[in-house]
Write a protein that binds this ligand. Sequence first.
Ligand SMILES: Nc1nc2c(ncn2[C@@H]2O[C@H](COP(=O)(O)OP(=O)(O)OP(=O)(O)O)[C@@H](O)[C@H]2O)c(=O)[nH]1
Ligand SMILES: [Mg+2]
Ligand SMILES: [Zn+2]
Length: 314
Amino acid sequence: MKGLVIKNTGSCYVVKTECGDCVSCKIKGNFRLRGIRTTNPVAVGDNVEITDAAPDGTAYITAIDARRNYIIRRASNLSKESHIIAANIDLAFLIATIKEPETSTTFIDRFLATAEAYGIKAVIIVNKTDLLDNDEREYADALQYLYTSIGYDVIMMSATANDAAAGIDKILQLANGRTALFSGNSGVGKSTIINLLIPGAGLKVGNISASHHTGMHTTTFSEMFPLPGGGYLIDTPGIKGFGTIDFDKSQVAHYFPEIFRASAGCRYHNCTHTHEPGCAVLQAVSDSLISQSRYASYLSILDDATDPKYRKAY
Ligand SMILES: Nc1nc2c(ncn2[C@@H]2O[C@H](COP(=O)(O)OP(=O)(O)OP(=O)(O)O)[C@@H](O)[C@H]2O)c(=O)[nH]1
Ligand SMILES: [Mg+2]
Ligand SMILES: [Zn+2]
């Protein structure tokens, strides 16, 4: 029987079969995909083959269809284990907030670069604009200007204010009929926004810690929900950092569209844009045509990207 993995609760997967039933499935201990070492060999969004349920009600996942794409992160920079956030997605929404909690530009850029690397369109949602004072509002506008100028869609909204509908409409225009991932730090409002997009979804929403101004990790498992107008949304647990994996040093610039565009003017074709004479990227940074924060994120990924010849096969 064929089905779609709609929920992953650690050792157990909920699979929606072609007949529309939801079956609780396990995987055999030795079930590993070749090529990637992950904490979850099967991810939400995977199309799988499952056995008939045994008398005790358990079914097993026996095969995974080839993935069209997937988005993956390392738990930390030191960790070799990676986690597939979701597979076979059309669109990734990154929910960011200026405060309560504060999303760092490094986090945003690492997420965007990963989406570029896997060929997935990413859209930034800046939520909780109702909390901003004038200075913070100016900062939010500057972020919107920056990412829009690079080519990303940026939606500014407040999910809990009266005018949330305008933001929700923009999200629906992009998400309808597609499979869209919602990702971001804990507490930025992912589940709150999905509740608005899917009336009746009834997702649990958490508080923000008064002392740390961060979320409380309310959503603990990834789960996929059908959109009334067609398509799916995937709610995910909040993540702290976004460790990149599998990037060659020589490839990192390809995942920063504006750096890639500027690099056409570099003197050396193998320029790393760090110290080389005649580097058009360094020139663009010093002329403020490329933002300091984006360049810093580029360097941070370059730092943990490995040289192909040193890369371990895993
Ligand atoms: N002021 C304000 N609060 C919001 C907004 N959107 C969400 N919140 C609040 O932020 C808190 C966290 O929201 P959640 O939807 O649980 O956040 P999440 O991103 O799903 O968090 P995790 O599941 O922990 O990853 C809740 O108290 C929401 O009511 C907003 O636009 N403005
Ligand atoms: Mg949540
Ligand atoms: Zn260069």
